[in-house]
Write a protein that binds this ligand. Sequence first.
Ligand code: C5P
Length: 233
Amino acid sequence: MEVNKISEGKTKIVYDFDKDHVLLRFKDDITAGDGQKRDVMESKGVLNAQTSAFFFRLLERNGIETHYVGMKDERTMIVKKLKMIPVEVVLRNIATGSIVKRLPIKEGEVFEPPIVEFFLKDDLRHDPLLNYYHMEHLKLMSRKEAQYIEDIMMKTNDVLFNFIKNKGLILYDFKLEFGRLGDKLVIGDEISLDSMRIRDPNSRIYDKDLYRKGYDLKTVKASYEEFLKRITS
Ligand code: C5P
């Protein structure tokens, strides 16, 4: 692509586009464990770009603002230029993953209401958990902004959880990243099987946990394809 690269992460590249927009190109790389495990899964960038575009459109239709503008090609999104905040915001409906390692909480426990957590994006420090005090001291966001983000997380969960439930699946948890657009906070990054946990009622896993748990890339890809087909049909 003959455009200026602004930055490159583990799974996406940001390119210049125009004054108010950038391009987000989804790579075929799949990583886990703060980038320690890494592979290339053919077509993964297309699958995650399409899944993310689908969910961004769903949120926009429900009045939740995202950075999504449109698609440049099958793996490249045109998005609003945000000033990204290096924080991962996680909402959990059902316990699994890092929370059952950190706290005396059992796999499968239901959170009512859901739990929201903030983590610093810092691979070297293994993305440590943050509270309001940490975020204010590190000048990441004010308490008021954090509370606004918690509200957006809950609203997003209502939309995503119900949509996914209607497809016969369960949204265990998901992660969002936010950026500033003027004085607004807007959802950026992606919403894909890399950033959410989806199970069926028999606990069959659809998401990146397959890769984290060591399933082969063929199985992971088939699952990503099946999920995209399921949500779009
Ligand atoms: O690992 P943990 O249980 O904290 O993950 C919670 C949710 O956040 C999961 O859906 C996971 O896929 C997502 N996540 C992510 N990027 C990370 C860490 C977690 O998308 N760096």
